[in-house]
Ligand binder design. Structure first.
Ligand SMILES: Cc1cc2nc3c(=O)[nH]c(=O)nc-3n(C[C@H](O)[C@H](O)[C@H](O)COP(=O)(O)OP(=O)(O)OC[C@H]3O[C@@H](n4cnc5c(N)ncnc54)[C@H](O)[C@@H]3O)c2cc1C
Length: 418
C-alpha cells in the first residue's frame, strides 16, 4: 500500500466530500478546493433518495418511442433546448445505444455494485459524526394510477429480481396505509423496504465538511484550472487565484464541471448538464414518513427537515443555460396532483445540474497515464446514493489496492480517445 501524503480533491459536493473524508481517514492530508461553499452545487437540492435497490437504468428499450410524449406533454419530465440539440445529438445517440437489452443488463449490474452497500457505508459514518437521524432507512414507495403501473417495464421487474432486490407490490388500502395523504387514485405501488432517504442533503455535505476540517483537513475557496508536472514527475495544481499547490494525489470530483478538468489530462468525457428542479414547502400540510416516487409524473416527494420537497425534471439546455423557473412551478402542480391536500405557500425553489453520462454510469478511473490522479464524477441521478462507494473505490485506487468491485464499467476509456 502506498499512501499519498498531500491530496487535493477538486470539488466539494457529496462525491468530493465523501472522498475527502475517506482519504483523510486513511492517512492523507486533504485539501478540498471548490469555488463554492461545500454542497452548493448539485448536491444542495436533490430529492434525497438513497436507493440501494436502484438497478433500472434510465436508458431502457422503448424509450425512443416515449420521448415525444415526455417532451410534448404539458407535465412531461423531459425538456430539450432546440438551440442545444445539435451539441446534444451525439450524447443522445449514445443514450439510445445504452438502451439495447444487452447494454441494459451490463449497466444494471454496474449500478447494483455501486448502490447495494450505500447504507452499510453511510449509517456507521453518520453515527460516528453524531448525526444518526440524517440518513433514514425507512423504505421508499413508487406509485402509479395504472393497475400494476408502478412495477414498470417487464425488463425492470426482471432486473430487480435478478439482482435480488426486495420489493413488495402493494395496492389500494395498502398504499393508503403507507402514505395516507396520497390521492386515492393511486392504485398501484411498489414498496422497497431497503431504500431510504437523507433528511437534508445540503446539511449532509456540511456535516462532512465540518468533520474534515475538525480532523485537520482544509477547504479552500478556489477553482482548479490547470496542472503542471515537474521533470521528476511531481504534480502541481494551478488554481484560479494564481496559487500553485503541490500534490501527491488529486481527485477530480467537480460534478458537471468535471469534463473540463478531465481534458487537462487528455481525456474526453461527454458529460451533459441535466437540469432538475425542486420546490420545498415548509408547511405543506402533508404528513409523510418516507419518500414517494410518482412513477406516472416522474417526481419524488420527500419529507425533509426543511419541509416537503417535490423534485423532478430533466432539462437539457447546456452547462451555461439559465434555469427555467416555470419548470420549478410545475413541481407544485405535480405535487398537488399526487397529494391533494398540499399547502403551496412559502415554497422555496431551486435548480441544479446533474452530471450525466449517456449510459448513466459515473466515471471512476485513473486519469490517462496517471497513477495518483483519480476521476470520480458523472453520477447523474444517483450521486447521493453512490458517493460513499465512490469514496471507497477512490481510496483503493489512490492506495494502489485492489478495488472491492470490478470498476471496468466506469472506465474513462469507454468514451473513446480525445
Ligand atoms: C433534481 C435532482 C434530484 C436528484 N435526486 C437524487 C436522489 O434522490 N438520489 C440521488 O442519489 N441523487 C440524486 N440526484 C443526483 C445528485 O444530486 C448528484 O448526482 C450529485 O449531487 C452530484 O454530486 P457531485 O459532488 O458530483 O457534484 P456537485 O454537488 O455539483 O459538486 C461539484 C462541485 O465541484 C465544484 N467545482 C466546479 N468546478 C470546479 C473546479 N474547477 N475546481 C474545483 N471545484 C470545482 C462545484 O463548485 C461544486 O461544488 C438528484 C439531482 C437533481 C438535480
Amino acid at each position: 500500500m502506498s499512501i499519498p501524503k498531500e491530496v487535493i480533491v477538486a470539488g466539494g459536493g457529496i462525491v468530493g466530500m465523501n472522498c475527502a473524508i475517506e482519504l483523510q481517514r486513511h492517512g492523507c492530508s486533504v485539501t478540498v478546493v471548490d469555488p463554492r461553499a461545500p454542497g452548493d452545487g448539485c448536491s444542495f437540492g436533490n430529492a434525497g433518495n438513497i436507493v440501494a435497490g436502484a438497478v433500472v437504468p434510465f436508458s431502457m428499450p422503448g424509450n425512443l418511442l416515449k420521448v415525444p410524449s415526455w417532451v410534448l406533454s404539458p407535465y412531461g419530465p423531459l425538456s430539450i433546448s432546440l438551440r442545444h440539440l445539435p451539441r446534444l445529438a451525439p450524447w443522445l445517440l449514445r443514450w439510445l445505444k445504452a438502451s439495447h437489452p444487452t447494454n441494459v443488463r451490463h449497466i444494471s449490474r454496474a449500478m447494483h455494485a455501486l448502490h447495494r452497500e450505500t447504507f452499510d457505508l453511510y449509517l456507521p459514518l453518520m453515527r460516528e459524526l453524531g448525526e444518526p437521524d440524517l440518513i433514514r432507512r425507512v423504505g421508499q414507495l413508487y406509485v402509479s394510477r395504472h393497475p400494476r403501473g408502478a412495477e414498470g417495464h417487464a425488463l425492470s421487474r426482471a432486473l430487480r429480481t435478478e439482482a435480488g432486490i426486495r420489493f413488495e407490490a402493494v395496492s389500494g388500502g395498502q398504499i393508503q396505509d403507507i402514505a395516507p395523504a396520497l390521492s386515492k387514485t393511486y392504485c398501484s405501488g411498489i414498496f422497497f423496504p431497503h431504500n431510504g432517504f437523507c433528511a437534508n442533503p445540503h446539511r449532509l455535505v456540511q456535516v462532512l465538511a465540518g468533520a474534515l476540517v475538525s480532523r485537520g483537513g482544509r477547504i479552500q475557496r478556489d477553482a482548479l484550472v490547470g496542472v503542471e508536472r515537474s521533470p521528476s514527475g511531481e504534480g502541481t495544481a494551478v488554481l484560479k487565484s494564481g496559487a500553485r499547490q503541490r500534490y501527491d494525489g488529486l481527485v477530480i470530483a467537480a460534478g458537471v464541471w468535471s469534463s473540463h478538468l478531465a481534458a487537462l489530462f487528455g481525456a474526453r468525457v461527454p458529460l451533459e448538464a441535466e437540469r432538475g428542479y425542486h420546490v420545498t414547502l415548509p408547511q405543506s400540510g402533508i404528513s409523510l414518513n418516507l419518500p414517494v416516487t410518482n412513477y406516472d409524473l416522474s417526481i419524488s416527494v420527500t419529507p425533509m427537515e426543511m419541509g416537503l420537497r417535490i423534485t423532478g425534471g430533466a432539462e437539457f439546455a447546456g452547462l451555461n443555460a439559465k434555469p427555467n423557473w416555470h419548470l420549478a412551478d410545475r413541481m407544485l402542480d405535480l405535487g398537488a396532483m399526487t397529494f391533494p391536500g398540499l399547502e403551496r405557500s412559502g415554497a422555496s425553489k431551486w435548480s441544479g445540474m446533474r452530471p450525466s453520462t449517456s449510459d448513466g454510469l459515473p466515471v471512476l478511473d485513473r486519469a490517462p497515464g496517471e497513477r495518483k490522479v483519480i476521476f470520480a464524477f458523472g453520477n447523474g441521478h444517483y450521486g447521493l446514493t453512490e458517493a460513499p462507494m465512490m469514496a471507497k473505490l477512490v481510496k483503493a485506487l489512490m492506495m494502489d489496492e485492489q478495488p472491492s468491485i470490478d470498476i471496468s464499467p466506469y472506465s474513462v476509456s469507454r468514451f473513446g480517445r480525445s
